[in-house]
Write a protein that binds this ligand. Sequence first.
Ligand code: SF4
Length: 335
Amino acid sequence: MLEKKDRIVTGDRPTGRLHIGHYFGSLQNRVKLQNEYETFILVADVQALTDNFNNPEKVQKNVKEIVMDNLAVGVDPNKATIYLQSMIPEVAELTVFYSNLVTVSRLQRNPTVKTEIAQKKELFGESVTYGFLGYPVSQAADITALNGTIVPVGEDQLPLIEQCREIVRKFNSIYGQTLLEPKAILSNAKRIKGLDGNEKMGKSLGNAIYLSDTDEEITKKVMSAVTDPGRIKKDDPGNPNICMVSYYHKLFTKSNEELEEIMKECRAGTRGCVACKKQLIKNIINELEPIREKRRYYEERPELVKEILMEGTKHARKIAKENMLRIKEAMKLNY
Ligand code: SF4
């Protein structure tokens, strides 16, 4: 029986650079948690292939982007381990073992998987691949390969952790008490809406501000953000509650006084939308500049980025290998 010491396993899919939705939704929390728990950050390239199998270049290209984004926001490689999924073969092996412990209909009923399959109709058509349907199984393998006990997730991801817990319980009931049952901790950050007002900010939706965006890119994006459509003239009273610029001001404008003034002037019709957007651009740039500066440091040092990832992977692999011996022993596969 393992000694229970909390260990976080979390990660990102390398399908694009990280944006401010990730920043408020998970990265800020991750940076905080690395001081409290042993933290492992997975760059999930194999999982990214489940819905990008036809575009491996995209996945490969984004591995280093994800590592740099994590480092730029303050993930400290001396505190947290950043590692690459495809270099931990034990995860693939475990996925095969666990696939006996979950039924196809249970996976089809998983609400997270169901939603995602519906969103990917264009890729999968009427019939989803075995790999995509089974990604919660490989996620269970990611977590348990490292004896992860804590997984920070958004509410929409909770069914994936429940699925992992079920697999662990089933494994332990058949092969003896071997695996630790992880628990989810809900990140209290909310999901950030896109610049176009869409509930989700996403790479594929073209409505995101990336942590690595330049001043010009941020300016262009904010200038095209959706405002109160009822305001035709500059002195028309506005409704900041239906304006994406005001929504972003609440995230980026740190001074309460400044924020109150924005809302008041908007409602009174004494504030122009262009000036309001320019003020937001300034505040976003102020918040992102230290992140971008740190990112530039790593962009100029690709060898260092690679070294951090390889060292982290070596560390994670060692744990997975040791763990695998116990798992195989429990399964009578210890030849
Ligand atoms: Fe939005 Fe600002 Fe225009 Fe009001 S003044 S509608 S908050 S952009």
